[in-house]
Ligand binder design. Structure first.
Ligand SMILES: Nc1ncnc2c1ncn2[C@@H]1O[C@H](COP(=O)(O)OP(=O)(O)OP(=O)(O)O)[C@@H](O)[C@H]1O
Ligand SMILES: [Mg+2]
Length: 323
């Protein structure tokens, strides 16, 4: 089966993800697949949380922190700017404090606290996580392509969904218990019920959002997760290991895409030994990949003469993958 067959065979899998170690081609294939699907007439969003703004690079268009930007008809790209979202949170908190206490300005002590909280790494992660949840549950597009950050991080985000989940479960349970007591108290005091219930409602709302998004991202019917690798010893080993870990998080693995394959036809030409050796080496590793992953290898993508940026180059890659 090819990558194209796969996508055509499973049209209900509308959330596509490319994972793999750093620098192997995740962004390249995310953009290429988005391009090809858009050409097929689907409305596609390709998005990333990468602060390196690599989608901006590949599309040659500055989209960082600008929401979903239309690159060409049907093709939208979005890069989440975590800092920007944190600033928005900070402002929201300031606004709440000002209205709640009828102040012109947030007191310095509180402002210092707001600044310190924003510098916490956890803040950045939750801002990113929240932005991804927003995108995933929006339902505006036919396809969502999540251009993942390198493996370790991606695993971290996925595990975060389950950690968040557990955490929120505990709090909501606790809150629900307390709400019972509150009701008794409220009947006695005839007051304050509404405000307390709001907290519970807000928690339920967050819980729902997280359940919905982690539900989508781990749903075998809706998601396709592709692994990118190259024909090299270490990468093959790491990919095997990583595939095992993803299985642990219940992320359904749909197949492998092998990148940077030197065209074997070159072997028939008069080429330098250097290149012939590399060809031989790759041949061995490609066989190994086929033995290990067999039917799950969905595409072999050639090494191109230059890096992949701009739509004409993306089209070339698309023609190679989706023949
Ligand atoms: N088949 C190819 N031929 C030539 N250049 C390629 C090919 N595939 C990828 N590249 C180039 O390799 C570099 C890394 O690719 P890409 O950015 O897609 O990797 P990535 O997995 O997204 O990296 P990161 O882990 O940093 O996000 C880019 O400059 C890209 O243009
Ligand atoms: Mg990338």
């Amino acid at each position: 089966m090819s990558l194209r067959d796969f996508i055509e065979k499973y049209p209900e899998r509308r959330y596509l993800m490319f994972g793999g170690k750093g620098g192997l081609g995740k962004t390249t294939f995310s953009a290429t697949t988005a391009y090809w699907l858009a050409k097929q007439g689907f409305k596609v969003l390709v998005f990333s949380v990468d602060p390196q703004a690599s989608l901006s690079d590949i599309f040659k268009c500055d989209i960082f922190g600008k929401g979903a930007v239309e690159i060409m008809p049907n093709l939208f790209a979005q890069e989440i700017d975590a800092d920007q979202r944190i600033k928005a949170y900070q402002e929201e908190i300031r606004q709440k404090i000002r209205t709640m206490y009828g102040l012109e300005e947030v007191p310095e002590e509180i402002e210092n606290y707001i600044q310190a909280a924003a510098a916490e790494p956890a803040m950045e992660e939750s801002a990113i996580f929240d932005a991804v949840v927003d995108i995933v549950i929006s339902g505006e597009y036919d396809y969502y392509i999540y251009d993942l950050v390198p493996l370790g991080h991606a695993l971290y985000y996925l595990s975060m969904a389950s950690v968040y989940d557990e955490w929120i479960d505990k709090i909501t349970a606790l809150r629900a218990e307390m709400a019972e007591y509150d009701k008794v108290a409220a009947v006695m005091q005839r007051s304050k019920e509404t405000e307390e219930d709001q907290i519970l409602q807000e928690l339920m709302y967050i819980k729902n959002r997280i359940n919905t998004s982690s539900g989508i991202l781990t749903d075998k019917q809706k998601t396709a997760f592709f692994f990118v690798l190259v024909p090299e010893e270490m990468i093959i080993l790491d990919t095997q290991k990583a595939a095992g870990m993803f299985a642990k998080y219940n992320v359904p693995l749909s197949g492998y895409v092998v990148n940077r394959v030197i065209p074997p036809e070159l072997g028939k030409q008069n080429i330098p030994d250097y290149l012939r050796n590399r060809l031989e080496m790759q041949k061995g590793y490609l066989e190994k990949i086929d033995t290990l992953f067999g039917e799950q290898v969905l595409a072999r993508v050639p090494e191109f003469e230059r890096d992949i940026t701009g739509l004409p180059m993306i089209e070339k890659v698309a023609n190679a993958i989706f023949r």
